[in-house]
Write a protein that binds this ligand. Structure first.
Ligand SMILES: *Cc1c(COP(=O)(O)O)cnc(C)c1O
Length: 365
């Protein structure tokens, strides 16, 4: 009996991309081996956090780093740390009235729900969220208008979830924050470049461990010594509810090392893996199939399938999801009659299973 049968779970093929609802990504054997090593040995945990942080900081060129249990925890612990400014009293009384400087400025178009509304994490941190600008625009002046004596930080969310149009750039956000003696905190949870934003001068940059990095469920924050130290202190306060295990600290550290060596899969490699898949998809009746680059111009290529038979794209996606194996295609464009297959987390045998299931569906199950 395998674990799928034992716990009455469905096998899943994730041709949707990096989706939290499906478990985000698969980790490599090398990372699993590191997790095993972490799980089966003891460490002085305080030292483990400090030494892995030092090691990771050196890899990306930041002053310090801290492995946390998710990007969300990274946001909460970083902001809580900035509100507390190293006060032990604050660590034990995170929502105390003794501290008034709790405002965090967020562009209105960045007030998104990435699975959780960003401002829930700010609530956990004890921040008062102050939105800047409007639903469709935010300039450096809009940020500046909102700065008061009680402003603790400016938060910027770099993500496809946010409003992109008429939005101040990251360097502009850094400039306006620094001109007002405020730190600029950057949530770059799903971004691929681990070096760029630190180099730009962001004070803390937060990544999710299981997205681009393909590590275990975890997160990492890179940044200036002071802010990382304050965030680390939260481990004795709100951070205790966000504790990460030693296996995932070692696992993520290994995943980051490997990711910086290998980088994400290149567009050319993706196309090479897509070609045989697309050829097989073309043999399924009533399908127009081609390889298409990501709409936002990222180095991601997908198989683009337009059904021409009696079933619509939406109906086919529904059947794919509800078969014996749950196949999740990317459904962003089903309204246009297009099914996309994102193969970043799909291997060759899974591609064959997708083709077989599509054949079954168009031939009437
Ligand atoms: C995924 C995501 C997060 C949360 O990451 P977790 O590690 O799952 O907490 C935060 N911000 C953005 C923009 C994200 O895309």
């Amino acid at each position: 009996m395998d674990i799928y049968d034992k716990y009455n779970l469905k096998h899943v093929i994730n041709a949707d991309g990096k989706m939290t609802i499906l478990g985000v990504s698969k980790v490599s054997d090398e990372v699993v081996a590191a997790q095993k090593l972490g799980a089966q040995n003891f460490f002085e945990i305080a030292d483990l956090a400090i030494q892995t942080g030092k090691y990771l900081a050196k890899l990306v060129g930041s002053e310090d780093a801290l492995v946390v249990n998710s990007a969300s925890a990274g946001i909460a612990e970083t902001i809580a740390g900035i509100i507390g400014q190293g006060s032990q009293y604050h660590v034990h009384n995170p929502y105390t009235d003794r501290i008034a400087k709790r405002e965090v400025i967020l562009p209105m178009g960045h007030d998104v729900d990435y699975g959780v509304p960003v401002d829930v994490m700010l609530d956990v941190a004890g921040a008062d969220t102050v939105l800047a600008g409007y639903a469709n625009m935010c300039t450096p002046e809009h940020i500046e208008e909102q700065i008061t004596e009680e402003t603790a930080a400016v938060l910027y969310i770099k993500s496809h979830h946010t409003v992109q149009k008429s939005m101040l750039t990251i360097p502009e956000a850094i400039e306006v924050a620094h001109r007002n003696d405020l730190p600029l905190i950057l949530d770059a949870a799903a971004e691929e470049d681990l070096l760029k934003y630190i180099k730009m001068g962001a004070d803390v940059v937060i990544y999710s461990g299981a997205k681009a990095i393909e590590g275990p469920a975890s997160g990492v924050i890179f940044g200036k010594t002071k802010y990382i130290k304050w965030a680390r202190m939260q481990g004795a306060g709100i951070g205790r509810a966000m504790k990460i295990g030693k296996e995932n600290i070692i696992g993520l550290t290994t995943a980051i090392t490997k990711y910086l060596e290998d980088g994400p899969e290149t567009g050319d490699d993706m196309i090479e893996r897509l070609e045989p898949f697309v050829e097989k998809l073309s043999e399924v009746p009533d399908m127009d199939v081609k390889i298409v680059q990501d709409g936002a111009g990222r180095q991601i290529y997908r198989a683009d399938v337009t059904p021409t038979g009696k079933l619509t794209a939406a109906e086919i996606c529904d059947k794919l999801r509800h078969g014996e194996i749950a196949i999740y295609a990317r459904e962003y464009r089903v309204n246009e009659g297009i099914i996309e297959f994102d193969i970043r987390a799909v291997n060759e045998s899974e591609m064959d299973q997708i083709v077989a299931r599509l054949k079954e569906i168009v031939e009437g199950d």
